[in-house]
Design a protein around this ligand. Structure first.
Ligand code: FAD
Length: 397
């Protein structure tokens, strides 16, 4: 019976390690199987190497999920402060950046070490370079896992294989396949928290502006984010773009407000009265970088570029103002999984218990972390989901 476990966790990422640690604390015999050569590789590369490990202001509204209430129970049972408590206990220095985002002062490895130390302390066994060939339910409440390192059995299987982003890290769709094998629904998958690409003239314009960052609002449907937008050689990036990509429907326009704190119409009309000889460019230059304004001028008011404001009609100024305050553009696509931080979609939450993460139809089969149809906003929310869903699962194994 040496190769029989209370639970086998597939994937030694954030959610798998948190699950194993939590179940180990309760005296469970846990084995974690990891395909790559080391645990927690995405943690190491996260947050630019400093791991944005949680956020001070986590609510269910920071998550995209086909059932917006699904995340509530797990988030309430294991909060950001529970994880912060562990970070403090382990003496890991951290700091807050904007919007409550918490990052390590030193390196992301500090967070991985917390997870690995806690797993070691409670006797969790972790196997790396482990290729899982199959998972099957052999008899009531017993699962068999066949791997390149032999066969193992367990009372429960926890699928924590993550999403598809950054394929160079050896990501696999295995978790989704296990769900389907056991008759569970997997919602369509898409790269998210990802930059946009553009074609044609817009692509060329954005490439000329590559490296410039401006504060903008971007709206899609009823959702708006206000953060920095970054022009790139392929299109648009920056936090505001990544955030809206969680909501965007391919083929549809997004609305960009290039001057979210100003009514451009008011600016231009006031200037027309106060400085009638001024050019439109001169007024907008006060609020946006000059090279950005030159590109906008070529796009929207080339025929008026040398005319004083006094010679521009209010209708013309209004059209320019509307363009700057609500510019509708249709991205050609996204940079895809190669640069995406997360995968939208995944195992349908209707098939899972929100209290335990166990399948409602297949007892003993659990799904945690990113493989589930739960995607957080940028800002530490995805790791918080890994910790909270891992805790919920680990408590019920
Ligand atoms: C560049 C980048 C930066 C990010 N920065 C942040 C950040 O700062 N803050 C934040 O909250 N989120 C961040 N994220 C998102 C975050 O990393 C993920 O949401 C989180 O890692 C998901 O945890 P997980 O355990 O579900 O999946 P993962 O951490 O991806 O772990 C899954 C594990 O399963 C293993 N695996 C896959 N298939 C198999 C298989 N068939 N057999 C065995 N093992 C398998 C993988 O090798 C991996 O180790 C970032 C993502 C990226 C790509």
């Amino acid at each position: 019976m040496t190769d029989h476990y209370d639970a086998i966790v597939l994937g030694a990422g954030a959610a798998g390690l948190k699950t194993a640690w939590q179940a180990g604390l309760r005296g469970k015999r846990i084995r974690v199987l990891e395909r790559s050569n080391k645990a927690g590789r995405k943690i190491l590369m996260s947050g630019g190497g400093r791991c944005n490990f949680t956020n001070l202001y986590v609510t269910h509204e920071n998550f995209v999920c086909s059932n917006p209430h699904f995340v509530k129970s797990a988030l309430n049972r294991y909060t950001a402060w529970d994880f912060i408590g562990k970070v403090i206990e382990h003496g890991v220095p951290y700091h807050e950046r904007k919007h409550g985002e918490l990052f390590c002062d030193n390196k992301a490895k500090d967070i991985l070490n917390i997870l690995l130390d806690e797993c070691t302390n409670v006797g969790v066994e972790i196997s790396t370079k482990c290729d899982i060939q199959s998972v099957s339910a052999v008899k009531d409440n017993i699962y068999k896992v066949s791997t390149n390192q032999g066969e193992l059995t367990a009372n429960a299987i926890v699928v924590a294989t993550g999403g598809l982003s950054i394929p160079s890290m050896g990501t696999t769709p295995f978790g989704y396949e296990v769900a389907e094998q056991f008759g569970m629904q997997v919602l369509p998958l898409r790269a998210s928290l990802v930059p946009y690409t553009f074609d044609g003239a817009l692509k060329e314009m954005f490439a000329r502006l590559a490296g410039n960052a401006i504060d903008t609002d971007i709206q899609f449907g009823n959702t708006t984010f206000n953060e920095a937008l970054l022009f790139t050689h392929r299109g648009l990036s920056g936090p505001v773009v990544l955030q809206i990509s969680n909501y965007w429907i391919p083929g549809q326009p997004i609305t960009v407000n290039l001057l979210p704190n100003e009514s451009v119409m008011d600016l231009l009309i006031n200037a027309k009265h106060e400085t009638p000889k001024a050019l439109i460019r001169t007024i907008i230059n006060k609020h946006l970088p000059k090279n950005v304004v030159l590109e906008l001028e070529a796009l929207w008011w080339e025929p008026l570029k040398d005319k004083p404001l006094a010679d521009c009609s209010n209708v013309q100024l209004n059209t320019i103002a509307e363009n700057i305050n609500s510019w509708e553009i249709v991205p050609a696509g996204t940079e895809g999984y190669k640069t995406a931080e997360v995968t939208l979609g995944g195992v349908h939450t209707d098939g899972l218990s929100s209290k335990t993460m166990e399948s409602k139809t297949q007892p003993g089969l659990y799904f945690v972390g990113e493989v589930v149809d739960v995607t957080g906003h940028l800002g530490g929310f995805n790791f918080q989901w890994a910790w909270s869903s891992g805790y919920a699962c680990g408590e019920s194994l």
